[in-house]
Design a binder for this molecule. Structure first.
Ligand SMILES: [Zn+2]
Length: 346
């Protein structure tokens, strides 16, 4: 019997045997002319078989999990076919272009959410690799009471850069207790700034300049490209199936982001982006050039320090060339800058 919310099952003499709510009904495999129902989450194996087609249709119309038309099965079959086609297509593309060229071509086409998932998958592994002193939760600066003003100062810099950069996704920036004067950008807009970089900087614009360079890598999706290159096929498939976590690919990818350096072209492009962003945000472009000179061009962990190297000098000159003539506004005032200097004081 069809009650408003449930299917009522009664015996011939009208005695009520059971009441199954429509939203708990599940269709079981059965011959074509039979609707066999079970109750969801029911430990007892109770089955109800309906032979009357009109009545079966009426139940079908009321129960969301019952779908007599078989569209659900068809949909599942279609999605399996879809993945197979996609996987085959990706194999053909790999065979045609090779992994590095493919990563170069695919990365710009990926939805931003894929970048983010990729970054999140690599992030934990990345932290473990960076955190050589095993500080755990204390690895990140800015959360102790005497560090909070520093965190606020950093957020001020990020906010101003972000407003000018207009990235599709919000940046997530962390300062970590690491002595090297470096920074690193993960796919999906996570930027790690090492304490050593802030130590080495003489003003907030120098820190902002390097972060602007890192934002360039985010905007150009360089992290995604190198992860795709390193993870190769396993990442490509993980991407297709929407699952990056698990397997050695994440470990390899995190190591790649940390240890390898970008190409000279990618670095120049990030410099150009960073310089333009500093201009747009009203910051001092020269500060990026000065900082680059101080750290020998090694803006990322995998890069060689090339003090007085022609390559570094060329990069510095290129940055200085795009510096605007207009006056600039410092990213932080003296008090805020002092606070940022003490962001890892706790
Ligand atoms: Zn770089």
């Amino acid at each position: 019997m069809l009650a408003p919310d449930a299917l009522q099952i009664a015996s011939h003499d009208g005695h009520m045997l059971a009441e199954w709510p429509y939203d708990q009904l599940e269709e079981m495999a059965a011959p074509d002319n039979v609707l066999r129902l079970g109750r969801r989450g029911n430990a007892v194996l109770e089955r109800l078989e309906i032979f009357d087609a009109t009545f079966a249709d009426a139940v079908d119309a009321r129960a969301i999990r019952v779908d007599r038309t078989g569209t659900r099965q068809r949909r599942q079959r279609a999605s399996v076919v879809g993945w197979t086609v996609a996987a085959t297509a990706s194999l053909l593309l790999v065979a045609w272009f090779g992994i590095p060229a493919l990563a170069e071509r695919i990365a710009p086409l990926l939805p931003v959410v894929v970048d983010r998932k990729l970054g999140d998958a690599v992030d934990m592994q990345m932290r473990a690799l960076l955190d050589t002193g095993k500080a755990g939760a204390g690895f990140e600066c800015g959360s102790a009471d005497n560090e909070k003003a520093g965190r606020a100062a950093l957020d001020k810099i990020i906010g101003r850069l972000e407003a000018s950069a207009a990235l599709p996704e919000k940046l997530r920036t962390y300062v970590v207790r690491k002595a090297d004067a470096n920074a690193i950008a993960l796919p999906g807009g996570q930027v790690y700034v090492f304490r050593g970089l802030i130590d080495k900087a003489d003003n907030a614009d120098e820190v902002a300049g390097v972060i602007a360079h890192e934002i360039g890598h985010v905007a150009h999706r360089d992290g995604t490209k190198s992860v795709l290159q390193a993870g190769g096929l396993s990442f490509l498939f993980g991407m297709l199936l929407g699952d990056f976590v698990g397997g050695g690919a994440v470990v390899i990818a995190a190591k790649t982001v940390l240890q390898s350096s970008y190409t000279r072209e990618a670095e120049s492009a990030a410099d150009a982006y960073g310089a333009a962003l500093m201009n747009k945000a009203g910051g001092n472009v020269h500060a990026l050039a000065i900082m680059l000179g101080k750290i020998g061009g090694a803006t990322e962990p995998g890069m060689k320090i090339l003090l007085d190297h022609p390559e570094t000098k060329a990069r510095i000159a290129a940055i200085n060339r795009v510096a605007g003539a207009k006056s600039t506004t410092a990213f932080l005032d003296a008090k805020e800058w002092l606070a940022l200097k003490r962001i890892c004081a706790g």
